[in-house]
Design a protein around this ligand. Structure first.
Ligand code: MG
Ligand code: MG
Ligand code: MG
Length: 309
């Protein structure tokens, strides 16, 4: 029975590329394997679509139920992020770069995880250690996954191992301009053409309880703020509507990944508190916060502090 190699639900480029790369590694080392993902190819995110197209790769097969199957997990090890019935599947391998999840096994398995920026960085090390040939197109997908997960080395999660892997993958993939490749992916990922305003607001949105006050924070990552210039007023209107629906504040992060900062749209009962949190002045409907890239690491903590959490 062949091993089904599958990444987490709502797959990103790392989950897609890792499934392809690990399945190929298993086959090259004498184990039958098939790359899978938990969605059909037409549901693939725009960035991964561009990556597969660019390097001439077929999308992984759809796997939604793991019951009774031999499976290997890439880029996750939480039951909640897996296909249905993962708990009753036979997990034979895990390659990952996250905290260990709650998957358990009955027998000994291959388990390889490292605290690096991307699962494909771990896989690259496996290819090198085992001297397994890496085809050009798979090297390309792995390269893209590392650039995506590390935001082209700008994410606080990026490690030296990720940079070393990229340096080795660039020539294997026949890529000479790393920044141009990253921009190509970013443009696909941040494409907003034809996307309804509300969908943009809720693309990556979360409500938080801040000392009894409800605060909503959304984010979109952009190659340039010009991408939203023509719809900025409509976006702000949507932010105000969301705030009016029982919230103390709603913040919307228009993050410029190239300039490494965020144009923060603010609708709040207490503008002074928001200004104090980020040490910047609101001008009109927003403020520029230099260096702000991560909601989890750079937006939520200063806000919690300002709200006295
Ligand atoms: Mg991932
Ligand atoms: Mg990853
Ligand atoms: Mg990711």
């Amino acid at each position: 029975m062949s091993i089904h190699v599958v990444g987490h639900s709502n797959p990103d480029t790392d989950s897609v590329a890792s499934a392809i790369a690990y399945a190929n590694y298993l086959k090259a080392t004498g184990t039958d394997a098939v790359a899978c993902m938990q969605i059909s190819a037409d549901k693939l995110n725009p960035e991964s679509k561009v990556v597969l197209e660019k390097f001439g790769l077929t999308a992984p097969a759809e796997l939604t139920d793991a019951a009774g199957k031999d499976v290997a997990l890439v880029d996750f090890s939480d039951l909640a992020q897996g296909p249905a019935n993962l708990g009753s599947a036979n997990v034979v391998g895990i390659v990952d770069h996250h905290k260990i999840g709650d998957v358990t096994t009955n027998g000994p398995i291959f388990f390889y995880a490292k605290p690096v920026g991307c699962t494909c960085t771990v896989l690259m090390e496996m290819y090198q250690n085992s001297k397994v040939d890496l085809p050009k197109n798979i090297a390309g997908a792995m390269l893209c996954a590392i650039l995506s997960d590390t935001v082209n080395f700008k994410s606080p999660t990026c490690t030296n191992a990720d940079k070393v892997a990229v340096a080795a993958l660039l020539p294997l993939a026949g890529v000479t301009d790393q920044d141009a490749l990253f921009m190509e992916m970013l443009k696909a990922k941040s494409s907003i053409a034809g996307v309804p305003i509300k969908d943009l607001l809720f693309r990556d949105y979360k409500d938080f309880d801040m000392n009894g006050k409800k605060v909503g924070i959304g984010q979109i990552e952009l190659a340039t703020l010009d991408q939203v210039a023509s719809i900025r007023d409509d976006l702000y209107k949507a932010v105000q509507d969301q705030k009016a629906d029982g919230r103390h504040s709603v913040l919307f992060m228009l993050t410029d990944v190239v300039k490494e900062g965020t144009d923060l749209l603010v609708a709040s009962d207490d503008n002074a508190l928001i200004e104090k949190a980020f040490g910047a002045k609101i001008s009109g409907s927003s403020m520029w916060v230099e260096g702000m890239m991560s909601r989890k690491k750079q937006t939520v903590p200063p806000l919690q502090k300002a709200f006295g959490c």
